[in-house]
Design a binder for this molecule. Structure first.
Ligand code: ADP
Length: 497
């Protein structure tokens, strides 16, 4: 009862039932009207011929039994046919003579009714529909009553009538129509259920497929090759599954990478503490071990902080406190903060032109974004002749005026094959380059990364309506460029919409 299939079929049958019944009713009513019109025309013709016949009849004619049936004076053919009624009535309503399927009392009743209809006055001519009690049929009759004049005196009335439906067509038509309606509805019900079943079959396939999709296996596809709405639904479903599969795989990879990256520092801490506890050590040895533990701990704190930032950004939970600020200002702050690191790594860190660049942004996050880029440049190009240059400026683009900051280094560069993946989470060009774990003093560890810095920097840039581009070739150094919309172009943009 609740299935769409059944309801569709039922609605189909109900609507078809209404239409077919209305149409059959129309045909039946038309047929009744046609029959009545023909019966009236036939009766008028018979009455006229009878009038002509009676004009020459003698007074005795009305009383003779059996009644001599009147003929058409012109053609000589009998005026009455089987089933017709003829009766002669005295002026007082008494039946003088009658012929046809109705007996004298039936005629008396009929005549009484018709004469009363004229309110006692002499009726001239009247025609009514009547249902006299005739033995074999309950056919309606059309009956005409007219006065009989002989030599200018009215001697009584004649009643002539014929059945509206002499061939008994109407009951047959009614039965045919009712049977026809029921057969049509029966066929429609079966056809409707069959059609609805066919139309709903792909829905069953989709439901079945959805039930078989496991929690971890999203590789299933419907591949429904239909060019209709259900095909569209199945394609949308497949596309959604594909997106979910990619997202699920990314999530799985992310968890695996994060666990993997956390295992190394945890193993180091475990090894170092075991070493410290295995036998008595001198003061210097304990200090070294504690430094290693601290360094690994800092690395983990940094990594977990980065993971949290990414998770919150993915969930849209980060609220950026955007305000108008000078991007050059933020850049200078970052360079000043990282200058000691550059000195430590023997990198010459210099600043080029820094014109005023008003942008709308969150100072803390923009600072983090630029720090990631400058820190990368320092740590990957460290060495005696290494240089890192930071410069800023603005330019007109088709998206409006943009501020840019470039971080240029003359380090090892990035091979072309790695460039498309550089901003992927946990992606590192050369793990051995970054994973030089705690040296004996344990001071290097804080500098190593796990491949999250650029992903975070890119998310921050995108959240500010900007982007990051990189240009690099292996052995040729790298240039990272951040571009953000200038405030002037932001207001021009908001005015234009
Ligand atoms: P990490 O935390 O490992 O530095 P990032 O996401 O910041 O992670 O960088 C991803 C990888 O891109 C790094 O592992 C490094 O191999 C490469 N990379 C980033 N910046 C530079 C650069 N200036 N020069 C050379 N390689 C770089």
């Amino acid at each position: 009862m609740r299935s769409i299939r059944f309801r569709l079929a039922l609605w189909f049958v109900v609507i078809l039932g209404i239409v077919v019944t209305a149409f059959s009713g129309f045909i039946y009513i038309r047929q009744v009207r046609d029959l009545r019109a023909t019966a009236v025309a036939r009766l008028e013709l018979k009455a006229r011929r009878l009038g002509g016949f009676l004009r020459f009849a003698s007074r005795e004619y009305f009383q003779q039994t059996p009644l001599l049936l009147p003929n058409d004076p012109g053609s000589g053919i009998s005026i009455l046919q089987e089933g017709d009624i003829l009766a002669f009535i005295a002026p007082d309503g008494q039946v003088i003579n009658n012929w046809g399927p109705i007996d004298a009392s039936g005629v008396h009743q009929l005549a009484g009714g018709m004469l009363k209809g004229e309110n006692g006055s002499n009726p001239s001519l009247m025609m009514i529909y009547a249902r006299p009690s005739v033995d074999d049929s309950r056919n309606p009759y059309i009956v005409l009553l007219a006065p009989i004049q002989i030599e200018d005196t009215q001697v009584g009335y004649f009643i002539i009538g014929n059945p509206v439906d002499p061939g008994n067509q109407l009951p047959r038509l009614l039965i045919s129509l009712i049977v026809g309606v029921f057969i049509t509805l029966g066929v429609a019900l079966f056809g409707g259920v069959w059609l609805a079943d066919r139309a709903m079959r792909p829905v069953k396939t989709i439901t079945h497929a959805a039930q078989t999709i496991g929690e971890t296996d999203l590789s299933m596809r419907l591949n429904l090759d239909h060019k209709d709405e259900l095909g569209e639904l199945a394609n949308t479903f497949d596309a959604m599954l594909a997106r979910l599969e990619v997202a699920f795989e990314r999530q799985r990879q992310f968890t695996a990478d994060a666990s993997h990256e956390l295992r190394t520092p945890l193993t180091i801490i475990d090894l170092e503490t075991s070493r410290a506890l295995s036998s008595h050590r001198n003061q210097a040895e304990y200090e070294r071990i504690l430094k290693v533990i601290k360094s690994e701990n800092q690395f983990m704190i940094q990594m977990v902080t980065n993971l949290l930032t990414l998770a919150r950004m993915d969930a849209g939970q980060v609220v950026f406190q955007k305000q108008e600020l000078d991007l050059s200002d933020v850049t200078l702050e970052v360079v000043e903060r990282l200058a000691p690191l550059a000195v430590n790594e023997q990198v010459r860190l210099s600043v080029g032109d820094l014109p005023e660049l008003p942008v709308l942004g969150d100072r803390q996050y923009l600072s983090q974004m630029l720090s990631n880029l400058v820190e990368n440049a320092i740590k990957y190009s460290k060495g005696e002749s290494s240089r890192v240059q930071v410069e800023a400026g603005s330019r007109e683009t088709d998206r409006g005026a943009q501020a840019w900051v470039r971080v240029i280094d003359n380090g090892p560069g990035i091979p072309a094959d790695d460039l498309p993946h550089l901003f992927d989470r946990f992606y590192q060009v050369d793990k051995s380059r970054t994973r030089n774990h705690s040296d004996e003093a344990g001071s290097e560890r804080a500098l190593t990364g796990v491949g999250l810095g650029l992903s975070i920097a890119q998310l921050i840039a995108q959240a500010h309506g900007g982007e990051i581009h990189v240009q690099s070739e292996g052995g040729q150094g790298s240039t990272f460029e951040v571009s953000l919309p200038l405030v002037a172009s932001i207001s021009a943009f908001s005015q234009s919409i």
